[in-house]
Design a protein around this ligand. Structure first.
Ligand code: NDP
Ligand code: HSE
Length: 438
């Protein structure tokens, strides 16, 4: 076998292949002989990796192996190398969600045409087995929805902000040092990594090709310490969620795939997912609710998923077998975000005077968005408390108004927020967050 990449994940795979060679051979039915490890800089020694295996000739290496493991990341040359490996008859294993979300159809087609395996358990949620359950175990059921925390870096950052009062930038730096973040951490922070994983999960759950471009994506860059504190005060926590669901609309059944920060009640099981851990809920018609939980990032846990795939595809080669194809026959339409239905929390800085609440409630009513709760608290500042001389009307006082809605469409909520921002007494729309997890 050949290994492309010897970084955070690749180096752990290489070490385990050497350290556990005998046991892995017994499980695979044949020795997993590593014939080369492709890297950018072959002169740099890698702990626990035989230096004679290191090469910068990845293109040549893929022709020397019957199993190729891609842990380089990015779109190119990873795509070309995997296609080349499959054309040469090798089965392939990858952890590259960005590549699968962008070129999944091309890669799955190539695997089917060449009669080789393409396995990618590590591409979503690190060590957690979630690809096989969707691809195989639930193949006879109807998946209704998948909801999860699938990015370890952002979960680590939000958790540090929630429990340690950390600043986003400091927590992100720590996540990078721990090996959770992508080479370019904006992929994590801006939600691209989670969107790629959501695209893969939706493709498997709904047997429909879902490219990353069809995933609505919002990252955590705009989440402030004030948002986190307000969530905490309300008994909630902010998590970056990936949500894939079937939706029924006037044009029939479709699907919706979205990634965005959301408020979850602290009672919700996903609220307790701490640090770089991931968790994925699956709702299926017959199986009901399933939850998968574990380490979503980091070299050693991710190497576990990669090695599981390596043993599986090696076993298939020994037995002249093949894993199941990725099914994409359903071709359900992906509905736009405006049609998404959920609850919302809108935090407003307002003038604290008579009639303001009524004016704001009126705007929500006009847009057909029903209010579930309203909570008002005085905003700190030089004018807080008003006092004598405000005529009893609260002139000069400002307050924070937190409005939580019943279920509404994203389009209706966006129009409501735009109109509320125009209300004279509204000084600022401090934040708008979706409320999930009912
Ligand atoms: P790293 O950046 O740590 O490692 C990348 C490796 O690829 C390095 O060894 C690098 O060589 C090598 N490389 C880069 N470009 C080339 C090239 N053109 N030719 C040959 N080798 C090349 O990445 P990670 O190990 O963190 O991630 C690898 C993959 O696993 C990615 O797809 C990532 O999304 C995925 N993944 C990562 C997880 C994690 O927690 N880190 C978890 C789940 C999935 P050199 O060492 O010489 O620079
Ligand atoms: N950067 C990714 C994360 C690695 O933080 O989840 C795991 O895919």
């Amino acid at each position: 076998m050949a290994l492309l990449g010897c970084g955070v994940v690749g180096s752990e795979v290489a070490r385990a292949l050497t350290a556990n060679a005998q046991e892995l051979a017994a499980r695979a039915g044949a020795p997993l002989k590593l014939v080369g490890v492709a890297v950018r800089d072959a002169s740099r020694p890698r702990d626990g990796v035989d230096p004679s295996l290191l090469t910068t000739d990845a293109a040549g290496l893929v022709h020397r192996a019957d199993v190729v493991v891609e842990l380089v990341g990015g779109l190119e040359p990873a795509r070309a190398l995997l296609l080349d490996a499959m054309r040469a008859g090798a089965s392939v294993v990858t952890a590259n969600k960005a590549l699968l979300a962008e070129h999944g159809r091309e890669l799955h087609t190539a695997a089917a045409e060449r009669g080789v395996d393409l396995y990618f358990e590590a591409a979503v949620a690190g060590a957690i087995p979630i690809i096989r359950p969707l691809r195989e175990s639930l193949a006879g059921d109807r998946v209704e929805a998948v909801l999860g925390i699938v990015n370890g870096t952002t979960n680590y950052v939000l958790d540090q902000m929630d429990t340690g009062g950390a600043e986003l930038a400091d927590a992100l730096r720590a996540a990078q040092e721990l090996g959770y973040a992508e080479a370019d951490p904006t992929a994590d922070v801006e939600g691209y990594d989670a969107a790629a994983k959501a695209a893969i999960l939706a493709t498997l759950a709904f047997h429909t090709p879902v490219p990353a471009a069809d995933v609505h994506r919002e990252g955590i860059a705009g989440i402030t310490a004030a948002d986190v504190a307000a969530a905490r005060e309300a008994g909630s926590v902010i998590k970056l969620l990936a949500i894939c669901e079937r939706v029924q609309g006037p044009d029939g059944e479709g699907i919706q795939v979205r990634v965005h920060p959301a408020l979850l009640s602290r009672d919700h099981p996903l609220a307790g997912v701490r640090g770089a851990f991931n968790a994925v809920f699956v709702k299926a018609a017959a199986a009901g609710r399933l939850m998968f939980y574990g380490q979503g990032a980091g070299g050693v846990p991710t190497a576990s998923a990669v090695l599981g795939d390596v043993v599986t595809v090696a076993r298939h080669r020994v037995d002249s077998g093949l894993g199941p194809r990725v099914l994409e026959h359903a071709d359900l339409p992906v509905r736009p975000m405006g049609q998404a239905r959920t609850r919302y929390q809108v935090r407003l800085d307002v003038a604290d005077r008579p009639g303001v609440l009524a004016a704001i409630a009126q705007v929500f009513a006009e847009h057909g968005v029903s209010i579930e709760t309203v909570r008002q608290s005085a905003l700190p500042g030089p004018q807080a408390g008003g006092g004598a001389g405000d005529g009893g009307g609260g002139a000069g006082r400002t307050a924070s108004l937190v409005v939580v809605t019943h279920t509404a469409t994203d389009a209706a909520l966006a129009a409501t927020v735009a109109a509320v921002a125009e209300v004279d007494a509204v000084a600022a729309v401090a934040s708008v967050l979706r409320v999930e997890g009912d």
